[in-house]
Design a binder for this molecule. Structure first.
Ligand code: 9MR
Length: 842
């Protein structure tokens, strides 16, 4: 609010649609405008693309461009004001114009036919006046719009306003989420051999009886709950119940306790089987620069976005922001980041990394044809084709040779101004711009390109080599420009993704470059980095701005020659122990529990599950796998809101995530987000106006609303679906642990080739009768010919099968086979993970 406001009460233009007493009553009603005093900046006020809103001396001011034709060519507004039919409202504001002008003040329907409930033409003066009006709402509406139409002037002028107030009507709606039955379960289900826990919201302080019923309503198990007191993340008094000993697969189970019956759930080994592909299919409909085909995604077809066809202005020839560079780049393709049309190298990086990491964890799980994408059937795993769509974009963001900062990567490319919803990508008319190069973006490129270099080597040597070259160039450029930070205030038209500490990105990039090349420079850098030995396992989880964990996880799991590798692997289990302790103390089984939940908290939960899952991969200890399984329960319904955060999974699931093209909530002709889309989830900071209106004072788990307008709690993004894909692939990994030990040794090497010997030892008590041993090569190694086994190779995955005479391995005995192979360039490290007859050797 301005402190220098004239006390003068000027002549008031009245549109009095109701008698004075009602006006007084309305005046005393609740305030409907959010931040009408601009004490909290300009949000949630918006302006048309030709405006920059700013707070000046406590008022909202803007320079109004000249040369426009219609009043609506320049607008400042606020959305989502609730109106109640028959109620009278008092509307007021103060405003000034330099030079004086007549403005247009409207309260209206926010969409065609733009019905106006109040329309006034205030005469604005240089010294400023106060204006007030009353009107009676003819309809009830959850989302009326306050608009100041300021266009139509040949000359530019300056507009300022303050103390915008709309009072009256019903008390602002007290939002009460429908949380359904008080017994909270994973609505998708439980794995037969996994933990099975539920949470009961109750006032009881003593243990309660519980019953598990099958779909025939027969009680099949029972017990007593464990009171846990008040949970800080929800403010609820809760009990937990454990029915883990019941393992019989079936559909439609329910749990009853305290007179409440949970929503139904299944018990089955296959409950997550479709989730990895669904989580990954999301990326195709996020693609930029390519037509989305109805034949591949029924209901989601749309023309190519930003492919150089009007009204799009990009992305084939994108200039820099003024003063940033003197060239333009073709940066077509990639994935749209989220519900916006922006494409960001920081964030694209962690997303594509996690897809490639899921593949690197278990190559055999990912096949050609799984994702129904245009590249399906090309003989390469679809997950690599999908990741490549983004990786090609990241490569295109590198500053060309011969230009200042060559080798660095532009931080991002997006619209000049924020656009409204809905807006299909191909209809976006905004100017797109390249933003300055940043060290963080450059290191994201170096890391993912180094990772791509090794993963694509078996499929496409040219692409692998192109990535390695780009990675080296990016690394050198980042070393030369180690502190070029993205501007945190560069958040108009796109997110800022700024990060003032890139030492973790340096570590991640060095780790990937070292794993891929084995070279001393990267090894030295890794060993000297504080992130190599520090406790990097933050409670809040890793994310786009905290990436040291990505390097540490890969150094632990991907074969490499680090001298302290055992310690690195051990450090992952230390992180896992931390998350396990948080989960065990949490009555909703959540391995994440800061006092305030972060933006995108669901992805942080998943990233903590990635650490737990990696600890299981490294140690085979069941407690870590059980923790991953239990953590998933939270995302699929065992939570304070009793809802699943994955579209299409569970009886009540997020379906209105913030997006400009899956905008079904705003336009029934458009689709909802696809099955398998993760919502960002509870966010204590509730930055968007809808959440601010409805969720004020929320306990962390309640800071969420499944509404398209809630961009702070309910967006979808490429870096949130990526850990969902990773974790769900882990959950569907059916391989157990097998009593075997494999010794893989090099018996000879020559330029371009090698001979390996493999010994399989049966460390168990049962005779193995017929064996099949599977592993993956890290480099581009190829098996040529072998002895003692039938060897086949598909991409990076090699399978060795016993012959008639050596199929039996008795307890304590071993068999040996060998082969000649061809090397690719690079270190070609020996494999470390072996599966015997489908189960991983301990
Ligand atoms: O996910 C990002 C979150 O960590 C930040 O706190 C937030 C504010 O900078 O931005 C989020 O990212 C958004 C990005 O800036 C623009 N595209 C949508 C992203 C998800 O909301």
């Amino acid at each position: 609010m301005t402190r220098s406001r004239a006390a003068l009460l000027a002549l008031i233009t009245m549109v009095a649609l109701s008698p004075a007493p009602a006006a007084q009553a309305a005046d005393e009603g609740p305030e409907q405008i959010v931040n009408g005093t601009f004490d909290a900046g300009t949000a949630p006020w918006w302006g048309t693309a030709n405006l920059t809103l700013a707070v000046d001396d406590g008022r909202l001011c803007a320079d109004i461009p000249g040369g426009t034709t219609n009043p609506w060519d320049v607008i400042i507004g606020q959305d989502n004001l609730p109106l109640v039919a028959g109620e009278t409202y008092a509307y007021g504001f103060s405003a000034s114009a330099t030079p004086g002008k007549v403005g247009r003040a409207l309260i209206q329907l926010p969409v065609d036919p733009w019905t106006q409930y109040l329309a006034a033409n205030p005469e604005l003066s240089v010294s400023g006046n106060d204006y007030s009006y009353t009107f009676t709402a003819p309809v009830s509406l959850p989302n009326a719009q306050v608009a100041f139409q300021l266009g139509g002037s040949a000359e530019p002028w300056r507009f300022c306003m303050d103390d915008v107030s709309l009072k009256g009507g019903a008390e602002p709606e007290v939002y009460e989420p429908d949380t359904g039955p008080r017994v909270r379960v994973n609505m998708v289900g439980y794995l037969p051999s996994g933990p099975k826990k539920a949470t009961v919201v109750t006032e009881a302080t003593q243990p309660l009886e519980w019953e598990l019923k099958n779909d025939g309503k027969e009680t099949v198990a029972g017990g007593r709950t464990a009171p846990k007191g008040v949970d800080t993340s929800s403010g609820q008094n809760v009990h937990t119940l454990d029915f883990g000993s019941y393992r019989k697969p079936g559909k439609g189970y329910t749990l009853t306790a305290d007179g409440e019956t949970s929503r139904p759930f299944d018990i089955g080994a296959d409950i997550y089987d479709a989730l990895p592909a669904d989580a990954l299919k999301f990326y195709y409909t996020q693609r930029s620069g390519i037509e989305i085909l109805d034949s591949l995604r029924p209901g989601y077809a749309r023309p190519a976005g930003h492919a150089g066809v009007a009204p799009n202005q990009g992305d084939v020839n994108v200039p820099c922001q003024p003063g940033v560079c003197d060239y333009s780049l073709n940066v077509k393709g990639g994935w749209y980041d989220a519900g916006d049309h922006g494409k960001y190298v920081v964030n694209g990086g962690i997303s594509v990394y996690q897809l490639m990491a899921a593949y690197e964890r278990d190559r055999a799980a990912f096949k050609d044809g799984q994702l129904a994408i245009p590249e399906s059937g090309n003989g390469r795993p679809d997950i690599l084709d999908e990741a490549r769509w983004e990786q090609e974009f990241l490569l295109s963001m590198q500053v060309p040779d011969g230009k200042p900062l060559a080798g660095m990567a532009h931080h991002k490319i997006h619209d000049q101004n924020w656009t409204g919803l809905p807006l299909l990508p191909h209809l976006d008319p905004q100017l797109r711009e390249l933003h300055p190069a940043s060290t963080a973006a450059t290191l994201n490129l170096a890391a993912t390109a180094a990772q791509a270099a090794r993963l694509y080597a078996p499929y496409d040597a040219e692409f692998a080599a192109r990535n390695l070259k780009a990675a080296r160039k990016a690394w050198t450029a980042a070393k030369a420009n180690p502190a070029k930070y993205a501007d945190p205030s560069d958040g108009i038209g796109g997110g800022s993704y700024s990060d003032g500490d890139v030492s973790d990105e340096f570590y991640w990039a060095a780790a990937e470059l070292y794993i891929t090349t084995g070279e001393q420079e990267f090894k030295d850098f890794v060993l000297a980095s504080p992130h190599h030995t520090g406790d990097i396992w933050r409670d809040r989880g890793f994310d786009w701005g905290n990436t040291a964990q990505l390097g540490r996880l890969d150094l632990a799991t991907v074969p490499n020659g680090l001298p302290d590798r055992a310690r690195v692997r051990q450090s992952v289990t230390e992180g896992a122990e931390k998350y396990l302790a948080i989960q065990r103390a949490h009555p909703y089984g959540l391995p994440y529990n800061p006092p305030d939940f972060d933006w995108g908290s669901n992805n942080l939960v998943l990233n903590n599950l990635v650490v737990l899952a990696t600890a299981y991969d490294l140690t085979g200890q069941e407690k870590y796998r059980a923790a991953v399984r239990e953590g998933m329960d939270y995302l699929l319904g065992r939570n304070a809101l009793n809802q699943s955060y994955v579209t299409g999974y569970g009886e009540v699931a997020s379906k209105n995530q913030h997006s400009r093209w899956y905008s079904h909530q705003l336009d029934p002709a458009l689709p909802s987000p696809p099955r398998g889309t993760l919502a960002g989830g509870p966010n204590s900071a509730i930055q968007d106006p809808l959440a601010q209106r409805l969720l004020q004072g929320c306990k962390p788990q309640f800071c969420y609303i499944d509404d398209i307008e809630s961009w702070a709690t309910n967006e979808l993004t490429i870096n949130w679906n990526s850990p969902l894909a990773w974790v769900s692939a882990f959950l569907t990994d059916k391989s157990g642990r097998s009593d075997c030990r494999v010794r893989y040794s090099a018996h000879g090497a020559w330029p371009g080739g090698f001979t390996s010997q493999v010994v399989i030892e049966n460390t168990g008590k049962e005779t193995v009768d017929g064996w099949s041993l599977r592993w993956s090569f890290l480099g581009g190694q190829r098996v040529r010919d072998g002895w003692g086994a039938t060897l086949t190779q598909s991409g990076a995955t090699v399978t060795a099968k016993s012959l008639g005479w050596n199929g039996k391995i008795r307890p304590g005995r071993s068999v040996t086979f060998g082969f000649n192979g061809a090397n690719a360039s690079g270190p070609n490290p020996a494999p470390e993970v072996f599966h015997l007859n489908g189960d991983r050797c301990k």
